[in-house]
Design a binder for this molecule. Structure first.
Ligand code: ADP
Ligand code: MG
Ligand code: MG
Length: 211
């Protein structure tokens, strides 16, 4: 089974940055339908810059790595997604503490803390057509799978699947938070860009474990 050490989380964020780069145009297309057409460029700028920073290379614990990355996103991304994803990573980092290696259970608690942090910062919940609609089901699916005795890689596969399904489930929703909410009923019929990028992040997390 993969060990959840600093190298694992760095592998995850490297894969995530590569996925964001690959899908940036798609994310921006989604944001052009119900937002201001910058989600892909916001995410690419943030992830490229954070994953090449000195702090990222120097971090010696998962917590320090995620905290530094999140702080970088908050500083570099102008859009709503910067502070929101920054909070995801910083809340997870706080939950992980200073341990050099994280247990699968501790990762589950960190995911739950991340969901709570975004919900509080964004004043958002499931059904609002935001990243929460991918993040919350992913965190729940991970915990459920672990609770049912699944190995780490299986639980991460379940989380990634739930995130992708959660992103697709935003299509018929009417946005109640963020720029898309300004469109009201016209936000219906489009997939939320932030939920889509969250699904990319969970797919990368599964890939980091599956090798
Ligand atoms: P901006 O909307 O400032 O241009 P981005 O385009 O980078 O920022 O990110 C938009 C995404 O941020 C949305 O698709 C949505 O998933 C997420 N988002 C926006 N507002 C909120 C909120 N209040 N709570 C949770 N997520 C939000
Ligand atoms: Mg935008
Ligand atoms: Mg913007």
């Amino acid at each position: 089974a993969p060990v959840l050490d600093t190298a694992f989380f760095r592998r995850w964020l490297d894969l995530a940055a590569a996925a964001i780069r690959r899908e940036a145009d798609h994310l921006t297309d989604l944001d052009s339908a119900i937002g201001d057409a910058d989600h892909g460029s916001n995410m690419r700028r943030g992830f490229d810059s954070a994953s090449t920073s000195a702090a990222y290379a120097a971090a010696t614990t998962p917590g320090a790595l995620l905290k530094g990355f999140g702080t970088h996103l908050i500083g570099k991304v102008g859009g709503a997604s910067g502070p929101l994803y920054g909070t995801v990573l910083r809340r997870a980092a706080k939950a992980l503490g200073e341990d050099g290696t994280v247990s699968p259970q501790a990762l589950g608690e960190a995911l739950a803390a991340a969901v709570a942090g975004v919900r509080r910062l964004g004043d958002s919940g499931p059904g609002d057509k935001t990243m929460v609609d991918a993040l919350a089901p992913a965190a729940e699916a991970y915990q459920r799978a672990l609770g049912e005795g699944a190995p780490l890689t299986g639980a991460l596969a379940a989380a990634a699947r739930a995130a992708r399904e959660g992103a697709e489930a935003t299509i018929p929703m009417r946005a109640r938070r963020g720029r898309a909410s300004y469109l009201g009923e016209r936000s219906v019929g489009h997939q939320d860009p932030g939920a889509t990028s969250t699904a990319l992040l969970f797919t990368a997390l599964h890939e980091a474990a599956a090798g």
